[in-house]
Write a protein that binds this ligand. Structure first.
Ligand SMILES: Cc1cc2nc3c(=O)[nH]c(=O)nc-3n(C[C@H](O)[C@H](O)[C@H](O)COP(=O)(O)O)c2cc1C
Length: 218
């Protein structure tokens, strides 16, 4: 099992300002322009507005120090009792092919061009006392969100996937039973959208969101 520990802060990175246009998200529309930044009523962090689950990845390995920086960003997430249940397993070489083989066919069709595949796992019990930790998945999801935003800030795509065979992925890394297999994350630089299937090309855009005021009760 290969766990990415936080270490070096990456030195020098490029910020790609690849989206500039404005588009509405508070209504359901199928006409969202390409490469647009989500419009929000309030002043929201830019990376939250520009990020979306892109699939057009460049077939080029992501440098180790960049990945370490993304994982370091993830470790800044809050967690219950500061348990930090998340672990990030990088699939390289033969492991890349093995983890790719765990994905659904549709996911494989685009994720095969990922610079890196990462398996997110999460410790199900508290280290202190060994009792079940009901919040471990919430914490792992939050950490993944931090990773996505840092990737976005660096002009990288980071796309989570639940479409894979969990037990197969567990076997690839020999994940202990005390850890839940959460998701596979495809990470890479922006690539050529034309290499995606026509259906996925259509999908390569920010998805609309439910109006936030329908989701709150203040
Ligand atoms: C836990 C989880 C599992 C997902 N599984 C897949 C997947 O298997 N394949 C895929 O293409 N996208 C997957 N996605 C991406 C979602 O479809 C995407 O985040 C959602 O449609 C919202 O779009 P946006 O992230 O572009 O805003 C997953 C996202 C999450 C958080």
């Amino acid at each position: 099992m290969q766990i990415q520990y936080l270490s070096d802060i990456a030195k020098g990175f490029h910020m790609f300002l690849r989206r500039g246009a404005s588009c509405g998200i508070l209504e359901k529309t199928t006409n969202i322009p390409e490469d647009c930044m989500r419009d929000t009523k309030h002043d929201i962090m830019k990376e939250m507005r520009t990020r979306f689950a892109n699939r057009a990845l460049l077939d080029k390995e992501v440098p180790a120090d960049t990945l370490e920086a993304l994982v370091e960003a993830a470790t800044l997430a809050p967690s219950c009792f500061n348990e930090q249940p998340w672990r990030f397993l990088r699939a390289q070489g033969a492991d890349f092919e093995a983890l790719l083989g765990c994905l659904t066919e549709k996911n494989q069709s685009w994720a095969k061009r990922a610079g890196t595949l990462v398996l997110l796992i999460s410790k199900k019990t508290f280290t202190q006392g060994g009792k079940p930790n009901p919040w471990h998945l919430s914490d792992a999801g939050c950490a993944a969100g931090f990773l996505f935003l840092e990737a976005e800030r660096r002009g990288l795509y980071a796309h989570p996937m639940g479409g894979f065979v969990r037990d197969k992925a567990r076997a690839v890394f020999d994940v202990p039973e005390d850890y839940a297999v959460v998701e596979v994350i495809a990470i890479g630089e922006p690539g050529d959208k034309a290499l995606l299937s026509p259906a996925l090309q259509q999908d390569e855009r920010p998805k609309p969101r439910m109006p936030y005021h329908q989701l709150m009760d203040f």
